[in-house]
Design a protein around this ligand. Structure first.
Ligand code: ACM
Ligand code: ZN
Length: 801
């Protein structure tokens, strides 16, 4: 029998075909094969699975669900029954009938069934599954119910998206294309976090969030239950934690960082908490969806809500109220000197462990400012009796003591990367959030790590143009950026890499007020991270993912999820080709319609539609805008391309720019485009604690008398102007002669954002090469909050005239 089989690569290519001609050839091959084999008449749905499975082979024909279709189990395990319950309900939602469920150990039905088969195989990853569909049946097979659950998620994605909704529709055929899928996750830890302290979300929403996690084949819900602004878990032994700690004065009409503390005559009315009964219900709900809930009980900082309830937990015993908004720095923390603090925490953790079966218990550990510990007699005594060197080591003592307690109860400690400071607890797992260094350090010292670097995994960041998006905490982390994340740092050996358990996205809710907004910030970025942590690295393909996302959006629509459609920003990117300066317009949405102008006028829907890179040969301003369904959406982007003699010159770096602020990479310094007052606008190139030294290769002898380099300062973001810029010239690229040094003349105390061009005017020079050495400050000065730490140097353009 001739079967049309596409490997996943061919499948990807097939769906990626850009040129019409090759597309038509493939389509006709498809029809030739189909017709000659008398394929079923009903339309075979496209296969659009997220996260992409490891291995997928399309077969011929399809399986259609009808009223006689049986859901077959080879085992009467309750877990399996729950699982087919999901499928039965989804079918009922659309068709109005529920297929019969049948347990049959021999699994010997002939046809018209969807079978779930548990097989004994110790070697199989418990989350792995196979799914085989042909014209007669569908069989999902795994060694554990979790694998069957993921097989079911895939099966649902092979079915019409309407199954995710609850509107009956007789004319929707449930047709499953013939496929053979073999699949398993790349990482064992695939997490989503939610902060329910900064804003409280009701139980029903938490369940929906768990549904979203499971839908994306993720398996951990990191529940941030404790923070300064609210204690959210009922603890029977300490009722004031929720009687007092769960409530704050209502300042929801004010922006987070401008909220005044509670006044003596005001009542704390805003907040909420989960009863132990709620928690048990949610834990069971998550278990049925193969999601482990890791509770986070913050310590020693981010606990003002607990201190408001029990002031004796702090060093000062001072009575406080639950803060309704931002607190920075966080100095009001648990006293590490009093034994009563540890007794309290052991009691709390005991109740928490009774509620949450998770092996991991998250203890926070982040952002403690330990000034009170410096002054506290109890803390100082502890430092002395324990032979500790300083307050960092006191925090380490704190965490180690908690770890010992958790380990004695058969649990494991996980904490934010600050727990590395002062010495890591012996068996702790590190959650690396301040970039990836914490994760690398943990793994290099033999510990496990979960990666959640803020520049890729903080879903409280903007995902589109700040000017039109709902107010968020900052950053700019688009869907594509999340998709580009690779959890295994280059620095690790293969052996070390095994200690990276996976990755997680964090949803902090200072600026997220309700469930709908949580959905907007998490979806669809959650789907991008899902593919990062599930699918094999070599299968990652943005264009293909972006195409599959179009189907995922429809599923989200049926799930009634308030998803984001992604950034409306049009990037204006240089693309050099030979001697020509080309520019492309780019927006990461699928098949974006971009209209542009070159004459400085605002683009309209009538302006030309962008189709391919544009050659630029004069100084001009480019403007471009995204159009959707005949309407402009978002703000236009614009960029001046200012011609100079070194446009397109090859640039060789002594040490490359930082990956995080690569801007337009090797093209950035000679593309005629300069940066704005926003350091992450994609035009400023960053150097983290080192000089920028580059050589421009003109490829010919060039005359010039005016040189300049643009630099940026924003001390608040740890970005400083350089000390000086030196220009040198050469004819052979090896022997350089200095032609001038420009020193920085901006006084150090000048605050705010400064863009400064370091300019040199000389007599006429003639050279093939120009070396530009920008001497960075390298570390933040004494007076700065980052004193002694690496400072940034930001550069946009080198001009030559
Ligand atoms: C964190 O974002 N403070 C872990
Ligand atoms: Zn103390």
């Amino acid at each position: 029998m001739a079967i049309k089989i596409l490997s996943i690569e061919q499948f990807n290519n097939f769906n990626n075909m850009k040129t019409a001609s090759s597309f038509i050839i493939l389509i006709s091959v498809f029809f030739m094969v189909s017709c000659s084999n008398n394929m079923q008449k009903s339309a075979i749905p496209e296969i659009e699975i997220i996260p992409a499975p490891v291995n997928l082979i399309t077969g011929e024909g399809s399986f259609a669900v009808n009223e006689n279709t049986v859901l077959l189990l080879n085992n009467d395990d309750q877990a399996l029954k729950n699982l087919v319950g999901f499928l039965s309900k989804a079918i009922y939602n659309v068709k109005g009938f529920s297929p019969k469920i049948k347990v049959n150990n021999a699994f010997d039905n002939k046809s018209n069934y969807i079978g779930f088969k548990l097989v004994a195989d110790d070697k199989l990853n418990g989350e792995a599954y196979t799914l085989n569909a042909d014209g007669e049946k569908v069989i999902i097979q795994a060694s554990k119910p979790a694998g069957l659950f993921y097989g079911l998620q895939t099966l649902l994605q092979l079915m019409p998206a309407e199954l995710y909704g609850d509107e009956k529709s007789a004319n929707i055929d449930i047709v499953i294309p013939a496929v053979q899928i073999k699949d398993e996750p790349r990482f064992s830890y695939r997490g989503m976090h939610l902060d329910v302290s900064r804003h409280f979300f009701p139980k029903e929403f938490i369940k929906k969030y768990i549904d979203l996690i499971a839908f994306n084949k993720m398996n951990v819900f990191h529940w941030h239950l404790v923070d300064d602004q609210g204690w959210r878990v009922e603890i029977k032994k300490y009722p004031k934690l929720t009687d007092i700690g769960a409530w704050r004065v209502d300042r929801e009409d004010k922006i987070w960082f401008k909220r005044e503390a509670q006044k003596p005559d005001e009542k704390a009315t805003y907040g909420g908490f989960y009863s132990q009964e709620d928690i048990r219900e949610i834990v069971a709900y998550a278990k049925d969806r193969y999601v482990t809930i890791i509770p986070e009980i913050e310590l020693p900082a981010h606990v003002m809500s607990a201190i408001a309830a029990y002031p004796q937990l702090s060093c000062t015993n001072e009575s406080i109220t639950v803060p309704p908004g931002s607190v920075w720095p966080i100095t009001n923390i648990y006293c590490a000197g009093k034994d009563s603090t540890f007794l309290f925490l052991e009691d709390v953790l005991t109740e928490v462990m009774n509620l949450f079966p998770s092996e991991y218990i998250h203890i926070g550990g982040d952002e403690a400012t330990k000034t009170n510990w410096e002054k506290c007699k109890h803390c100082q005594k502890r430092i002395k009796t324990e032979g500790l060197g300083n307050v960092e080591e006191l925090q380490s003592y704190f965490i180690k003591r908690i770890e010992k307690f958790l380990v004695s109860k058969g649990r494991k400690l996980i904490g934010w990367d600050e727990i590395l400071e002062g010495g890591l607890a012996p068996e702790a797992t590190v959650m690396s959030w301040r970039g990836i260094r914490g994760g690398i350090a943990a793994v290099k010292s033999g510990h496990d790590a979960v990666m959640t670097p803020n520049s890729y995994c903080y879903f409280d960041h903007y995902q589109g143009d700040k000017k039109i998006e709902p107010v968020a905490i900052g950053g700019y982390t688009t869907l594509k950026k999340v998709y580009s994340y690779e959890p295994i740092p280059d620095e690790l050996t293969e052996q070390e890499a095994k200690h990276i358990l996976g990755a997680q996205a964090n949803v902090w809710t200072e600026y997220i007020y309700d469930g709908k907004q949580v959905e907007y910030m998490s979806v669809p970025r959650m789907s991008a991270l899902a593919e990062v942590v599930w699918s094999p690295k070599e299968k990652k393909d943005w264009d293909n993912f972006n195409r599959r996302m179009q189907k995922q959006f429809i599923r989200y629509k049926y799930m009634d999820v308030n998803y984001s459609k992604g950034t409306t920003k049009v990037d204006i990117n240089p693309l050099f080709s030979g001697d020509s300066i080309l520019v492309e317009f780019y927006n990461e949405r699928y098949n974006p319609e971009i209209h542009y102008t070159l004459d400085g006028n605002a683009p309209t829907v009538e302006s030309p539609v962008y189709s391919s890179p544009i050659t630029i040969s004069e100084t001009l301003t480019l403007k471009a805008v995204l159009v959707d369904k005949g309407k402009i959406i978002g703000n236009p982007s614009e960029k001046l391309i200012a011609q100079h003699k070194a446009m397109g010159a090859k640039v060789v770096y002594a040490e490359l720019y930082d990956e995080k602020y690569k801007a337009k990479a090797e093209l950035n310094l000679t593309d005629g485009m300069t940066g704005t007052d926003s350091h992450n606008d994609g035009y400023w190139q960053g150097f983290d604690g080192y000089d920028m030294e580059v050589v421009l290769d003109f490829g010919k002898s060039l005359d010039f008398a005016k040189l300049s380099v643009g630099c940026y300062q924003n001390q608040k973001s740890w970005i400083f102007l350089p000390n000086s810029v030196e220009f040198s010239i050469s004819d052979d690229g090896e022997n350089f002669i200095s032609i001038g040094v420009i020193k920085n003349n901006v006084p150090a105390e000048e605050k705010g954002i400064i863009i400064k061009r370091f300019k040199l005017e000389t007599e006429l020079q003639k050279a093939n090469y120009l070396k530009v050495k920008v001497k960075a400050l390298k570390t933040c000065p004494e007076w700065h909050s980052g004193a002694g730490e690496k400072s940034w140097l930001f550069v946009d353009e080198i001009t030559v005239d």
